[in-house]
Write a protein that binds this ligand. Structure first.
Ligand SMILES: Cc1cc2nc3c(=O)[nH]c(=O)nc-3n(C[C@H](O)[C@H](O)[C@H](O)COP(=O)(O)OP(=O)(O)OC[C@H]3O[C@@H](n4cnc5c(N)ncnc54)[C@H](O)[C@@H]3O)c2cc1C
Length: 385
């Protein structure tokens, strides 16, 4: 079972209060700076380490907080109120960069990496996507060829979050060229400083300034056979899908947090802005946008809670996770659009947070499986039964 060990209520309450304070006093006031500098200030990263953000879901015996999915979502919703770039700094250590190791790593692998990941000393990235293998990730071509006790990895990965600062990559590779689909894929733990591994230049993106993605090139990178996650080849693709299962619930929670913020911004502006002699909040067409946004946010939150509870109960929730990610990420897009509309011309101006959030949340419909891939997963489950 890989659901994390639920921490007790008192500890969770303390963590919630700390996160709320940190979001209000440190993150939101620094949003404009992050947007301008396109980087997260080092002092904020140091404070994140201090709070324990890098180890939110890493088991307690490895120095983390060991949150289960329900508790993780509770915290992520709170964090989602601030610019999404802040969460991205430790997001891969909490989610896709760490979960494979937590779920199926050998005791030696866990001991070697997890304590330093929990402390924020190592940033972990997840390298699945390739230039020719995005949604169809089982067609990936990066290959790992056996050579004595080692494997030699060659290929390239694309759009890898936090690659620039990663000390560890979980890399999905093809170890069996005779098996073209999922069965021939293995996940390797590859240290960032490995000879032959190069991180490309930082991508320029639509939003989420302060986050980084880059290509990662593997040119004959040699790793021992013991670097395969769990030590058994051929299980990498299924592991990646399990990792994304939990990751999608996390992203849906993030969408709910961003929705909360957008609704606050929308309501605040509607009460202040006056036209035709009254606050625009008094116009029913404005009220409709607020009401629709609240309703969608509440529905998204219910889906997140259902998916997280299902995940915690059984260790897997592919249908619920896909439904939550699909709905919450699409809903926050609609809510962001309304938030801009309620702001009128001001909503198009960088001075107002909604302009940035509108761009930032667009990504949620694309990564860790596009909306179309979530639809396919949902339909496949229903048609199978
Ligand atoms: C900022 C950012 C960060 C990322 N971070 C990471 C990371 O850390 N690690 C990592 O491995 N990847 C990462 N990704 C990659 C991301 O997961 C992929 O971009 C995503 O899965 C989509 O793949 P693609 O870009 O190749 O699009 P494509 O697969 O080319 O899709 C193009 C369009 O076709 C649609 N489509 C594809 N197949 C079907 C189908 N069967 N039916 C209907 N429609 C279909 C898609 O929904 C989409 O609309 C990141 C991407 C971004 C933008």
């Amino acid at each position: 079972m890989t659901t994390g060990q639920a921490i007790d209520q008192e500890t969770l309450d303390q963590l919630r209060a700390t996160v709320d304070r940190f979001v209000a006093e440190r993150l939101i006031p620094n949003e404009k700076r992050v947007e301008e500098e396109d980087r997260i200030p080092e002092e904020i990263i140091a404070e994140m380490r201090e709070i324990g953000f890098f180890g939110l879901t890493i088991p307690v015996e490895y120095g983390g907080l060991g949150l289960n999915s329900t508790q993780e979502c509770d915290i992520v919703i709170r964090l989602g109120r601030a610019a999404l770039a802040f969460r991205s700094v430790f997001g891969t250590n909490v989610g896709i960069g760490a979960q494979g190791l937590i779920m199926e790593g050998t005791p030696e692998q866990k001991e070697h990496y997890l304590p330093r990941m929990a402390a924020g000393e190592i940033i972990a990235s997840f390298a699945l996507t390739e230039p020719e293998a995005g949604s169809d990730s089982a067609s990936l071509r990066t290959r790992a060829v056996r050579d004595g006790d080692d494997y030699v990895i060659t290929g390239s990965k694309r759009f890898i979050t936090n690659a620039e600062r990663a000390g560890l990559f979980t890399v999905m590779t093809r170890t069996d060229p005779d098996k073209p689909g999922a069965d021939g894929i293995s996940a390797f733990l590859v240290p960032g400083e490995s000879p032959g591994l190069t991180v490309g230049k930082k991508d320029r993106k639509m939003g989420q300034r302060g986050t980084t993605t880059s290509d990662v090139i593997f040119d004959g990178v040699r790793v021992p056979a013991s670097a395969i996650v769990g030590g058994v080849p051929g299980r990498g693709f299924r592991l990646a899908m399990k990792v994304l299962d939990r990751g999608r619930i996390h992203l849906a929670a993030l969408a709910v947090g961003a929705s909360d913020r957008l609704i606050d911004e929308m309501v605040g502006y509607a009460k202040e802005r006056r036209q035709f002699g009254k606050a625009i909040a008094e116009f029913q067409l404005i009220q409709a946008m607020i009401a629709d946004s609240h309703t969608e946010r509440a529905a998204a939150r219910a889906l997140v809670e259902k998916a997280a509870a299902a995940y915690d109960a059984s260790g897997a929730a592919p249908l619920d996770a896909a439904a939550a990610k699909y709905f919450a990420s699409e809903a926050v897009g609609r809510i962001a659009d309304r938030a801009v509309q309620v702001h009128g011309g001001a909503g198009y101006m960088a001075e107002y947070a909604v302009e940035r959030i509108y761009r930032d949340v667009r990504l949620l419909r694309i990564y860790e499986g596009t909306s179309q891939i979530q639809q396919i997963i949902i339909a496949r489950h229903l048609l199978r039964n």
